[in-house]
Design a protein around this ligand. Structure first.
Ligand code: ATP
Length: 376
């Protein structure tokens, strides 16, 4: 089932929780709504479900205008973060509840109902727990039961509000994979809310990045990484170092650090240069294209890489910088905590002040013809 949101807005009193926004979701797509707390994700999900009315705009499910259709008739499955299972009912009864609340005309007979409950429990691979009560289940199991209940009415749209928010990291990861497989197998359209970027990137076909009640960007995970269209999106995906770049007619200056951009009018401005931590190299000496003196404050091996935390010397940043190196590079360079090093961007993303849209991507070194290669 495709979903079309057109010009949807929502006010709570004088507060505008959603500015007019539009979004097309394809049939069978899995969409992640991602954004900081208060950005309007849950409000948007509730409006799609019919649990909340928008102040303006229309919602279509396929060709059907559901703007004024009651939540019960929208045929959506809903899963909340806190399981919302009935404590006094067995697992099987909890799942059957989804069927019992169906309109009488659509409600299956008792025999069909118990067959369907069995099938649903098999789908979520928990048939052996049918007679248990919720308190006898783990968090991950409870959430799978909540999903089985949501799927009972065979919804074509499944809406999930931070479904794995209350679970620990390992269970979360397993459940994500499992949900993605289930989504692909059963072919429904899913929209889920998360503020966990890894979850959004791993699960979604497309991610809707929200802030302050607005959609900042809608793209596939790969595109979001390659072409973040604003500083907000870049910041939100993290692992990025920021350089406040003040153009002084020669280079970008910040305290006693400088970076020389390539000769191009668009970069000869004030702005912010963003550098991803795996696109930053470290050396014991500066070079003529960049001088970013730093002190090594921590060296943290994490799996295949080493994260080196850097505190700027003589220039300003709001946060420590980080370089991600391979173990091999670190061994060759043999830095230790407390050493002074020079950071050199290999790739940078420049957002000029006052210019909206995608950054200018810079790749070092950019040497004029005839120049000698130097350390970078
Ligand atoms: N019923 C309500 N009455 C008044 N304000 C509300 C109501 N529901 C939500 N809001 C406000 O609307 C804004 C968006 O809330 P929403 O729950 O959609 O954000 P969110 O992105 O889902 O946040 P979180 O990740 O914290 O759940 C918030 O500022 C919130 O305080």
């Amino acid at each position: 089932m495709s979903i079309r949101l057109d010009n949807i807005s929502k006010q709570f009193g004088k507060f505008e929780a959603l500015s007019p926004l539009s979004l097309d979701i394809n049939n069978g797509e899995m969409i992640g709504l991602l954004g900081p707390s208060g950005s309007g994700k849950t409000t948007l999900l509730r409006i799609i479900a019919g649990l909340e009315n928008a102040n303006t705009g229309t919602i279509h499910f396929g060709d059907h205008d559901v703007t004024n259709v009651h939540v019960r008739e929208r045929r959506v499955g809903f899963v909340f973060q806190n399981y919302a299972l009935f404590r006094h009912m067995t697992v099987a009864d909890n799942v059957a509840f989804g069927l019992q609340v169906m309109e009488r005309a659509l409600r299956p007979s008792p025999a069909e109902m118990s067959k369907r409950v069995k099938q649903l429990l098999e789908i979520v691979q928990l048939g052996h727990l049918a007679a248990r009560y919720p308190e006898q289940l783990s968090g991950g199991q409870k959430q799978r039961i909540a999903l089985a209940r949501a799927l009972a009415t065979k919804p074509e749209v499944l809406l999930l509000d931070e479904p794995f928010g209350a679970l620990d990291a390992k269970v979360r990861k397993d459940l994500r994979r499992w949900l993605r497989n289930l989504h692909d197998e059963l072919g429904f359209t899913s929209v889920f809310v998360t503020h966990d970027q890894d979850e959004a990137l791993e699960l979604s076909d497309r991610v809707v990045v929200m802030s302050n009640g607005k959609i900042e960007q809608v793209d596939s995970p790969v595109e979001l990484y390659a072409h973040p269209n604003s500083r907000f999106v870049f910041d939100f995906f993290g692992n990025v170092n920021q350089f406040k770049a003040n153009w002084n007619n020669k280079h970008w200056q910040n305290g006693n650090a400088f970076i020389l951009p390539p000769v191009a009018e668009a970069t000869q401005k004030n702005g912010y240069l963003y550098v991803r931590s795996h696109e930053l190299s470290l050396s014991k000496k500066a070079n003529s294209q960049a001088s970013l003196p730093c002190k090594v404050v921590a060296i943290n091996p994490v799996g295949a890489e080493v994260r080196v935390e850097l505190s700027p010397i003589g220039w300003d940043t709001t946060e420590l910088w980080e370089a991600k190196l391979t173990h091999q590079v670190l061994n060759e360079q043999s830095f230790s905590r407390g050493d002074e090093v020079y950071a050199t961007p290999q790739v940078g993303y420049f957002f000029a002040d006052g210019v909206r849209g995608e950054p200018i991507i810079l790749r070092w070194p950019f040497l004029a013809p005839g120049h000698l290669m130097f350390d970078i």
